[in-house]
Design a protein around this ligand. Sequence first.
Ligand SMILES: [Zn+2]
Ligand SMILES: [Zn+2]
Length: 259
Amino acid sequence: MLIDTHCHLHFDAFDPDREAVIARAREFGVKYLVNVGTDPATNEAAERLARGRDFMAFTAGLHPHHSHEVPDGAFDDLKKFVKEKKPAAIGEIGLDYFKSEADPQTQKKTFVKMLRLARENSLPVIVHSRNAFSDTLEILKNEGAGKMKGVMHCFSYDAESLGKLLDIGFLASFTCNLTFKNAGPLLEVARAAPLDRLMLETDSPYLAPQIYRGKRNEPSCLAHLAEFLARERGIGREKLEAVTSRTAADFFGFKISDE
Ligand SMILES: [Zn+2]
Ligand SMILES: [Zn+2]
């Protein structure tokens, strides 16, 4: 039993065959899916897709790449959206200094606003952070990270950074990029990380596993990631799935039975 804690099935990439992709995910044991919004339009699309599907959750986010595109008025709409539609989390939000049209100051301002929105609504946060660990951590600490639930998705930093993230009570989520041929150092981090502080995700349509490198990723590939990481950690896949799914279910409020 798997939970894809971060995917974007509402993106255009899935327009041709979305229902088939969802069916395949369920065939491969993905019991729940979380569709993550990245700006006002994709938040709404994620919400629409989840309607009437009890195995699907959606979130409301403002990705650092879009942090400069939302004027203050639109931010009020976002607040209203959160109050009315009740997303499962706020995210993705965060900082990305790798390549972004938004400058760091704008990214930081938006990140802080979104963290406050999460706290006001007692919602967990999904943080995107690339080439920006120390700024991300500083802001999380300043904004009361200890008093909120959070995950850093597509974790891409070293073991020391992981330690600091876990120290503020956050979780780390790993994607199929662990299976890349050049994943060596990151894979070491994922192997040694405490199993009960991890979640799994695909970030579909991005980051297809090595076997499908360059193609579209989809939630059914989570089974491949679970198999891969269990083997790397030298544990059974069932154990890995049980522990990470329990963590994800608690984080997002999904109901699963412990067998
Ligand atoms: Zn992201
Ligand atoms: Zn994403």
